[in-house]
Ligand binder design. Structure first.
Ligand code: NAD
Ligand code: LMR
Length: 330
């Protein structure tokens, strides 16, 4: 293998998602079966020992594509020459914590990491923020990296997208490959709008394929997808990890390798003002990808129903942006 290894940085590497993610990156699922990788694992000092343990296990897999592993608590080291960065480590909400406290704690993580990316990453850096609140954490990192093109900072709504595809396939009695053009709009939160009205199932309008049942859409489909994270926490006793890691792999793989003809995906990206989403917010849109770049799918007709739900989620994003602005984080 003569290709230059790609440097992949993962923060929160010793956590649950990290454990489900790293072995798949090292075995070629992120970038391709012919792309060697160097892994740079960033942890907080308390997580370093567990991170070393994961690195030992990675060694023990003898992955042909894995060239080098660094475990560090220094952001400048972790992001040095990074081509892809998966920002997973975040401060979870704990009992009694107000939203402002949560945003402030995460600002203390994503501000410095954005700066470290700005100062150290490779010119082609692509960033995916997974750690919650993902859209606003991505905004904080992006605004702290003024020399990096804004479109390189993305937030993960692919898990929501995959959840929507799975629910639609189940309802229509088809396989997931038959479900296309699903969109998650807005925030990775319970206000998100999973949109089936522009989707297709086996080449037909998805709404018709699920029985044209508006009540099912409003009372089951939308809340099921939007609140799935909370449902997983309740049933599994911990937040989604393997499915989140899988979605992170899908997000980057699609970004790098392109969306299939006749389909699109959902990504949290910096708005250019499309569909009335204020420019600069990191909001989820329908996007196609090609040659490592993405474009928002244009020209979708939005009904009043779509508009109301998109606006509600975007309003929440604007509130989060205003809160981090007031805290001086961006
Ligand atoms: P976890 O608590 O198991 O792991 C988080 C890890 O991050 C820990 O090892 C911790 O030491 C590390 N960490 C904390 N601060 C750090 C910092 N400043 N730098 C580097 N590492 C740091 O959590 P998890 O289950 O792996 O989830 C991680 C995050 O992903 C959470 O915020 C969770 O809410 C979020 N999440 C997002 C989605 C999504 O769809 N966007 C889905 C699931 C989970
Ligand atoms: C998910 O969607 O599964 C997570 O974002 C839930 C969470 O709060 O960690």
């Amino acid at each position: 293998m003569t290709r230059t290894p790609v440097n992949v940085t993962v923060t929160g590497a010793a956590g649950q998602i990290g454990y489900a993610l790293l072995f798949r990156i090292a075995s070629g699922h992120l970038l391709g079966a012919d792309v060697p990788v160097n892994l740079r694992l960033l942890e907080i000092p308390q997580g370093l020992k567990a991170g070393e343990g994961v690195a030992m296990e990675l060694d023990d897999c003898a992955f042909p594509l894995l060239r080098d592993i660094t475990v560090t608590d220094q952001a400048n080291v972790a992001f040095d020459g990074a081509n892809v960065a998966l920002l997973v480590g975040a401060r979870p909400r704990t009992a009694g914590m107000e939203r402002g406290d949560l945003l402030s704690a995460n600002g203390g993580i994503f501000g410095p990491q954005g700066k470290a990316i700005n100062d150290n990453a490779a010119d082609d850096i692509k960033v995916l923020v997974v750690g919650n609140p993902a859209n606003t954490n991505a905004l904080i990192a992006q605004r702290n990296a003024p020399d990096v093109p804004a479109e390189r900072f993305t937030a993960m709504t692919r898990l929501d997208h995959n959840r929507a595809v799975a629910q639609l396939a189940k309802k229509a009695g088809v396989t997931v490959e038959d479900v296309k053009k699903v969109t998650i709009w807005g925030n990775h939160s319970a206000t998100q709008y999973p949109d089936l009205f522009h989707a297709e199932i086996s080449g037909k309008a998805a709404f018709d394929a699920v029985g044209a049942d508006q009540e099912w859409v409003e009372k089951f489909f939308i809340p099921k997808v939007a609140k799935r994270g909370a449902e997983i926490i309740e049933v599994r006793g911990a937040s989604s990890a393997a499915s989140a890691a899988n979605a992170a792999i899908d997000h980057v793989h699609t970004w790098v390798n392109g969306t299939p003809e006749g389909d699109w995906t959902s990504m949290g990206i910096v708005s250019d003002g499309s569909y009335g989403v204020p420019a600069g917010l990191i909001s989820s849109f329908p996007v196609t990808t090609k040659d490592g770049k993405f474009e928002i799918v244009q020209g979708l007709d939005l009904s009043e129903f779509d508009r109301k739900r998109i606006d509600a989620s975007v309003a929440e994003l604007a509130e989060e942006r205003d809160a981090v602005q007031e805290l001086g984080l961006i």
